[in-house]
Design a protein around this ligand. Structure first.
Ligand code: ADP
Length: 262
């Protein structure tokens, strides 16, 4: 295998020449990102710089205006037929999207279901697991986030931090190839932020799951990320190791952005 092929083989998410516009407003332009298997990517940048749109496109919640996105060697929005790219159908989209998990700022647990059922609905109905298999996986993941003693409770009986940890366990149960985190601590009271970041740190330390995280927690990004991208007005203005980007910023824009966190 040539080194090129070897490199391609290691890449799980690939954004190529992405442009995204809402009406006349271009919110992302000339975006190219390669994420390697197992890599943890932090997206930082001011509000409105395009971070959420980047991960929403991977969840197929937004479609790029131009360019392609690949997940594990398969195009998200297109299919290749006889050497030509044609728009993907819903079935293809659903299959490729099945590789992606996402944890949002609002954890959106089902209020009328127990914690266990919140974690087993999707594996049973989407993956087709038996109830027993789904419960075994859910128990394992709830243990991972430190909530195995809460399985019979309802979301309203848990703190916000605990509910967000359930949402993380619920994503893990689906065994996604790529896990996306969109400012998962932004809606939490400050004293609950630490326990959620700790859980994500633990999952990251296991090393297997590829992660893309939008975060305003710079110490956390410094700890967890292999690479950091600084988004500014729809472009990647700086990228590199956390040390390079967060501790040794080059542009005035990034220096001023980071200045807000001191
Ligand atoms: P960030 O996550 O960095 O705050 P977003 O990706 O949410 O940035 O937004 C980037 C830009 O795209 C913003 O100017 C936002 O107003 C705009 N935008 C996002 N979603 C929509 C939409 N559905 N319709 C119109 N504009 C949108």
């Amino acid at each position: 295998m040539s080194s090129d092929e070897q490199t391609n083989h290691d890449i799980i998410v690939r954004y190529r020449n992405i442009k995204k516009a809402f009406g006349d407003t271009v919110v992302l332009n000339e975006l190219n990102i390669d994420v390697k298997k197992g890599e943890k990517i932090a997206l930082i940048g001011p509000s409105g710089s395009g971070k959420t749109t980047i991960i929403r496109m991977l969840m197929t919640l937004e479609q790029p205006t131009e360019g392609t996105i690949e997940v594990d060697g398969e195009m998200l929005w297109h299919k290749e037929v006889d050497g030509k790219l044609i728009p993907a159908d819903e079935k293809h989209l659903r299959r490729v999207r099945g590789n992606i998990g996402m944890v949002f700022q609002q954890y959106n647990l089902f209020p009328h279901m127990t914690i266990m059922r919140n974690c087993t609905e999707a594996p049973i109905h989407v993956l087709g697991l038996s109830k027993e298999e789904a419960q075994a996986r859910a128990r394992e993941m709830l243990m991972k986030v430190g909530l195995e003693d809460k399985i019979d409770m309802y979301p309203s009986q848990l703190s916000g931090g605990q509910q967000q940890r359930v949402a993380i366990a619920r994503s893990l149960v689906m065994q996604p190839k790529v896990l996306l985190f969109d400012e998962v601590t932004a809606a939490l009271d400050p004293e609950l932020v630490g326990e959620v970041l700790e859980v994500i740190r633990d999952i990251a330390a296991e090393g297997e799951t590829t992660m893309m995280l939008i975060t305003h927690e710079m110490d956390f990004a410094l700890d967890v990320a292999d690479r950091v991208f600084f988004l500014d007005a729809g472009r990647i203005a700086e990228q590199g190791t956390p040390y390079e980007v967060i501790q040794n910023p080059q542009t005035e824009r990034l220096k001023s952005f980071l200045g807000r966190f001191h």
